[in-house]
Design a protein around this ligand. Structure first.
Ligand code: ADP
Ligand code: DP6
Length: 333
């Protein structure tokens, strides 16, 4: 019997991953760039044991049914096959983040699962290898192996597609992200289904691929020169471009709700009032606002005039994955 545990933090993409070139290997159509955050995370432990005849997955204390266990079991099948492990596993996970609400639970959840499996089986993986492994669970999870800014380099095969940390001279410590929790219910169209539908049917998808390559160059330049305006403007445009592709799909769909628009408009108003800040959104209605730490309190106070305080969560740059052990804790950052 072998046990392992890990904690991984969510990351929010400033340049989005949207579309796969290979669904089996989870190879993306475009490279992406994210900021790992401290406010939301997942802790997972995995115990491989010959006592079980199927995987058993507890999420936030609830035993999950077969459908809810599918993503986890598919990932464990891959581990079993790759590392010749015959046993099923008991997985216990706690999300300190709403599940499937566009707040990147799949990133922290699958990164923590990959880390816990690696620890349980004593795989001694390098951070790069762990990133490749986490990617097979959920694409965005490969970026949660690293703290601060990370870039998922798309690659074109299983061993060339992984995230790397972006050197930043700790600039991310000067930044913050305000989460506007418009709705934390589970969404109708998962990121996986949404991006598939978009790649297959959106008349705007070619435009996305052209734009995202330039956006990535600008974002990396912004980080290298600590240019907050360039990073913010690039991230906001990139998010709008991603969301535009969903309207061009068949059938068309959107992750926006009236309150998402309210939050986006408030971000624009704050800019006019002299608070530099920029929004991004993922596959759900919640809005995340990039701001410099020195302006974070003013921004939060302004949002508190229009939203309930319990809808607002301020996050800062977070660390890389932590492999938890009863006696020690290893960090990849
Ligand atoms: P999100 O916006 O939260 O990332 P997704 O639809 O992309 O939403 O992914 C949510 C899915 O990720 C869940 O339905 C579940 O399959 C998986 N997931 C979330 N949290 C965990 C966890 N802690 N452990 C394993 N899988 C998880
Ligand atoms: C909009 O990583 O959840 O958040 O690889 O199918 O598991 P799968 O998708 P997932 O998609 C994340 C999409 C996004 C943008 C991003 O995080 O880059």
């Amino acid at each position: 019997m072998s046990i392992g545990a890990a904690r991984a933090y969510t990351n929010i993409a400033l340049i989005k991953y949207w579309g796969k070139q290979d669904e089996q290997l989870i190879l993306p159509m475009n490279s992406s760039l994210s900021l790992t955050l401290d406010a939301f995370y997942t802790e997972t432990s995995v115990r491989f044991t010959s006592e079980l005849t199927a995987d058993r997955f507890y999420l936030d204390g609830q035993l999950q049914n077969e459908k809810q266990t599918k993503k986890v079991s598919s990932f464990l099948d891959l581990i079993r096959h790759k590392y010749d492990v015959p046993q099923f596993a008991e997985i216990t996970s706690n999300n300190f983040v709403p599940t499937a609400a566009g707040l990147a639970s799949s990133a922290s959840g699958l990164a923590a699962l990959a880390g816990a499996c690696s620890a349980a089986l004593d795989l001694s993986l390098s951070p790069t290898e762990l990133s490749m492994l986490a990617r097979r669970g959920s694409g965005s999870a490969c970026r949660s192996i690293f703290g601060g800014f990370s870039e998922w380099q798309k690659g074109d095969s299983d061993t060339t597609s992984y995230a790397v940390q972006i050197p930043s001279d700790s600039w991310e410590q000067e930044l913050a992200m305000l989460f506007i929790l418009v709705d934390d219910a589970q969404k109708d169209v998962s990121s996986r289904d949404g991006m598939k539908r978009t790649v297959e049917t959106s008349v705007f998808y070619e435009g996305w691929l052209t734009a995202v390559a330039d956006d990535l160059v600008s974002a990396k330049q912004a980080i290298a020169t600590k240019d907050f305006t360039l990073l913010g403007e690039t991230a906001e445009s990139n998010a709008l471009r991603m969301h535009a592709t969903t309207l061009g799909a068949t059938p068309p769909f959107t992750y926006w709700s009236p309150d998402s628009l309210k939050a986006m408009n408030l971000v624009r108003a704050c800019r006019l009032e002299g608070i530099p800040c920029y929004f991004t959104m993922d596959a759900g209605p919640n809005v995340k606002v990039l701001v410099q730490k020195k302006d974070a309190d003013r921004l939060t106070a302004r949002f508190a005039e229009e939203f309930n305080e319990n809808q607002l969560v301020l996050a800062h740059a977070g660390p890389g994955i932590e492999i938890l052990d009863s006696e020690r804790s290893l960090t990849y950052d």
